[in-house]
Design a protein around this ligand. Structure first.
Ligand code: GLU
Length: 484
């Protein structure tokens, strides 16, 4: 560990409660959590609810629910407490005022004397001269006393180039135009994000700040405030953007930036989701792609976070999920299958479906989908063979098909332990004696399932059991016979 890490690592996830959490937000939380856990540090959840207009009801509960689903437990924060209570910014207004007062006392903050119309006028002037609008160019020569009815602005002490180091993006710099007299406290008494998060990161002893690229352009302003307060800034680790599945543009709601709890509804495992999110912008430098939680904590390194955009690839998520499903115990798999089958399919034969279901799914929700599409109905009730001609394989006649089905039923009735291996042996023996195997295997499949495509008929027969299998084969033969 380098010298900078001697202090106990403290990270935070600081979402604004402005809507649902999507992969980008949760990935930020995950990286901050991983870094804290890896370093035996502290992971804080702080709710940045100072923009009351953008707040969406229920978001705070939603945020907590997402973190809980992924088991990203926080050491300090809502419901948990900690030495820096409260953890909702809207309940910390006095603290921001105290910090604002420090800046006022240093002559580094002042009330904005202008009306909205006046500011609009300045903006228009700047536009007319094709210059960026910088408030500081209109800074009043003398500062009034702050009565809290006016916005309080930061007085940028020194207009200069800013250079800083980012743990992911390396050396970064920005020209003087990145610095401006931004608002610290709004006229409604709430601080801006730009100010509040600095105060809180200082108060909470945050050592590493992980967040998205959209904050790079404001970092010079943040650094100027740290300097004005005489506090060393935390280390910054900017995370790469998440790209839409086509890899060409940043992920937007239309390209699948969906509520993270949707993945839970679709039946992904939280440990798979965590694994997937971890690899969305980070790699271990080895071929390993499947990680459990402990392995991730051990392997995660900030210096292996990539700079280039990370593509959201749900096929990869499906693959990762399947790998995690395979690690579950047989009992857990059995229980989940029952849980994900529709209620009316949870008894009787349901307990035997594992061999056909498990290999065909990548997430539990696929079971529900298959059931919804009627693909499992034949296990629970005899298929309707209203169109008997579908039992016929290519040019096979009804007469020979009836014979084949009857023979299959007869031979199968002789098996005492009705298992797919024996079932297969028997059926293949008959099939191989014909000029085309399909003349037996197709009608058997169709008689058992009523489908042209289905899991293989041997396992279907085993699951249905001997009696039901023979019944269906003879029944199909009967239907065909009546067509002759
Ligand atoms: N409240 C900010 C957001 O939700 C957090 C940014 C930060 O982590 O500093 O985007």
């Amino acid at each position: 560990m380098g010298k900078t890490n001697v202090k106990k690592v403290v990270t935070r996830f600081a979402p604004s409660p402005t809507g649902f959490m999507h992969v980008g937000g949760v990935r930020t939380a995950l990286y901050a959590w991983l870094w804290a856990r890896k370093n035996n540090g502290t992971f804080i959840l702080r709710i940045e609810d100072t923009d009351k207009e953008r707040e969406v009801e229920g978001s705070i509960d939603h945020i907590k629910e997402c973190l809980k689903w992924l088991e990203l437990d926080w050491d300090e924060g809502p419901d948990k407490g900690g030495p820096h209570l409260p953890y909702l910014q809207s309940e910390r207004l006095e603290l921001y005022k105290r910090y604002a007062q420090i800046l006022i006392n240093k002559g580094l903050a002042y009330p904005d004397p202008y009306s909205d119309e006046e500011l609009d006028g300045f903006r228009e002037q700047a536009e007319l001269h094709k210059k960026p609008f910088l408030y500081r160019e209109y800074r009043p020569a003398e500062f009034e006393k702050w009565d809290e009815k006016k916005p309080l602005r930061f007085k940028t002490p020194e207009i200069k180039e800013t250079k800083w180091n980012d743990l992911v993006y390396g050396d970064l710099s920005a020209g003087p135009e990145a610095l401006d007299d931004f608002i610290l406290i709004k006229s409604d008494g709430y601080p801006t994000y730009n100010f509040a998060h600095i105060v809180d990161d200082i108060e909470m002893g945050v050592t590493h700040v992980m967040r998205g690229q959209e904050f790079i352009s404001s970092t010079p302003k943040f650094l100027a405030v740290y300097e004005a307060l005489g506090v060393k800034p935390p280390l910054f680790a900017t995370l790469p953007p998440i790209m839409a599945p086509d890899g060409k543009k940043k992920l937007g709601k239309r390209d699948g930036a969906k509520d993270i709890l949707e993945y839970r509804k679709e039946g992904y495992l939280p440990e798979a989701m965590m694994n997937f999110l971890a690899l969305l912008g980070w790699n271990p430098g080895t071929d390993q792609e499947i990680f459990d939680k402990d392995e991730l904590v051990k392997s995660f390194e900030l210096d292996r976070v990539q700079r280039s955009g990370a593509r959201l690839d749900e096929k990869k998520l499906d693959w990762i999920n399947k790998e995690h499903l395979k690690k579950l115990s047989p009992e857990a798999i059995q229980n989940s299958i029952l849980e994900w089958l529709p209620e009316n399919m949870r008894s009787g034969i349901a307990g035997k479906l594992e061999p056909v279901l498990f290999e065909r799914i990548s997430k539990w929700g696929d079971i529900r989908q298959m059931a919804g599409a009627g693909e499992l109905d034949f296990f629970f009730k005899k298929p309707e063979l209203s169109d008997g001609s579908k039992l016929l394989f290519k040019n096979a006649s009804a007469e020979e098909t009836v014979q084949n089905l009857r023979k299959a039923a007869e031979w199968l009735s002789g098996i005492s332990d009705f298992r797919k291996e024996d079932i297969k042996n028997v059926l293949m023996e008959i099939a191989d004696s014909l000029d085309a195997r399909g003349k037996l295997l197709h009608p058997v499949r169709y008689a058992l399932t009523g489908l042209d495509k289905s899991p293989d008929p041997f396992i279907v027969a085993e699951i249905l059991g001997k009696e039901e299998t023979l019944d269906r084969l003879n029944g199909a033969a009967g239907i065909l016979k009546s067509l002759e």
